[in-house]
Design a binder for this molecule. Structure first.
Ligand code: PLP
Length: 402
């Protein structure tokens, strides 16, 4: 079929670069190469047993049919209770809908709100899917570079400068994929003060990594700091990262009922309700024993603390300790301009990542994918032996550069 049959808004988007990097690593493995993949964006743990059991029980009890489009009452009650208990936010059931992962929540919210040419402010580095989702909905991503010196976080002054009459959304992801940066209460207050003077701007908070924090407990929520933004904020979240449930595809949105109901209408005519069994599992995850969360964060913390000094000992690389999420966003500026043993110059982080893959068999994702270079993302959602092997291979490859 010629590409003229494909809509312009789809021709504008590209497949996820992290998926592309994982695919390339698998291809090399099939060719017989030993590849250490530090690409994945998902917990390497199994979903806890009590959650799997709840899914089995749901199947046995016949919860195998369509559910309410917005999600079962049980699940939405569990989400409302979680929002109140953990975030101090009160939502009624008609202000919450379950979605097929946070990904579908974000896409559907853009689809339900963006008119052609509407702008979406995306602080960079950003999760790879935001810009393409905005483009697929005829929106215009507006990138604001938030460099390392500012902790990879958007400042109030940058936000003020980025807002135009066409701004529809500001997207905030804290802790962030790929940097792990998390906003403090003061930083949120400053952002909220700017938003106060621009009532047409809506805020999407992507809270998917809120529990994966390396200091004290859960990440503060923008709405807990600035409750006055409630009628124009959409809180997006899900069970994927917190409960190692990426495959169950269960997320949600909570927000003002007109917006949430618009998304509900769109989903009712497109995806339909989320998997009934996953809904039962997610309710059990939210209502049940939370000790898995603490245990898994302790393991990510050990991995972070074991890997960081190894990275920082490699000449030309540096990385500060992330506040949260399970990635290291490594500065590779010191390698740019160097030459590989077979005479190739490393001009950009994409070249660095390609060199590590081809010469050392380590798969990473280049910073260009996240909108801020020269960096690469290294996932610590894998065991310490693999991390150590990967970083030692990187160190050897770096030592061969001239
Ligand atoms: N938001 C961010 C920042 C992510 O990193 C991811 C997954 O990688 C998602 C959302 C999507 O999560 P889900 O599995 O719930 O669709």
């Amino acid at each position: 079929m010629s590409s003229s049959h494909i809509a312009g808004r789809i021709r504008r988007i590209k497949p996820s670069p992290s998926t592309a990097a994982a695919d390339r690593a698998n291809e090399l493995r099939r060719e017989g190469r030993q590849i250490v993949s530090l690409v994945v964006g998902e917990p390497d743990f199994d979903t806890p047993a009590h959650i799997r059991q709840a899914a089995a029980d749901a199947m046995d009890k016949g919860a195998t049919r369509y559910t309410l489009m917005a999600g079962t009452v049980d699940l939405r009650r569990a989400i409302a209770a979680k929002l109140e208990r953990e975030n101090g936010l009160v939502y009624s059931l008609d202000e919450i809908i379950a979605t097929n992962g946070a990904k579908s929540a974000i896409y559907s919210a853009f689809a339900a709100t963006l008119e052609p040419g509407d702008e979406v402010i995306i602080p960079a580095p950003y999760w790879v899917s935001y810009p393409d989702m905005a483009l697929a909905c005829d929106g215009v991503p507006v990138f604001v570079p938030c460099d390392e010196a500012q902790g990879f976080k958007l400042t109030a002054a940058q936000l003020e400068a980025a807002i135009t009459a066409k701004t529809r959304w500001l997207v905030i992801n804290s802790p962030s994929n790929p940097t792990g940066a998390s906003y403090t209460a003061d930083e949120y207050r400053a952002i909220a003060d700017v938003l106060a003077t621009h009532p047409h701007v809506m805020v999407m908070t992507d809270d998917i990594y809120e529990h994966i924090r390396y200091d004290s407990g859960i990440t503060p929520h923008l709405l807990a700091i600035a409750p006055e933004l409630r009628d124009r904020t959409l809180a997006v979240n899900g069970v994927s990262k917190t409960y190692a449930m990426t495959g169950w595809r269960l997320g949600w949105i909570a927000g003002p009922s007109d917006l949430v109901q618009a998304v509900n209408t769109l989903l009712s005519q497109s995806a339909g309700n989320c998997c009934s069994i996953s809904q039962a599992a997610a309710a059990a995850a939210l209502n049940g024993d939370q000790s898995f969360v603490e245990r898994s964060v302790a393991i990510y913390r050990q991995r972070r603390d074991a890997t960081l000094p190894l990275i920082n000992a490699i000449p030309g690389l540096s990385c500060k300790a992330p506040d949260g999420a399970f990635y290291l966003y490594v500065n590779c500026g010191g390698l740019i301009g160097k030459t590989t043993p077979d005479g190739k110059r490393l001009d950009a982080d994409g070249d660095v990542v390609l060199y590590f893959l081809e010469s050392a068999g380590v798969a990473l994702v280049a910073g260009t994918a996240y909108g801020l270079s020269p960096y690469f993302r290294l996932s610590i959602a894998t065991d310490i032996a693999t991390l150590t092997d990967g970083v030692e291979r990187i160190a050897r490859a770096v030592s061969e550069l001239r």
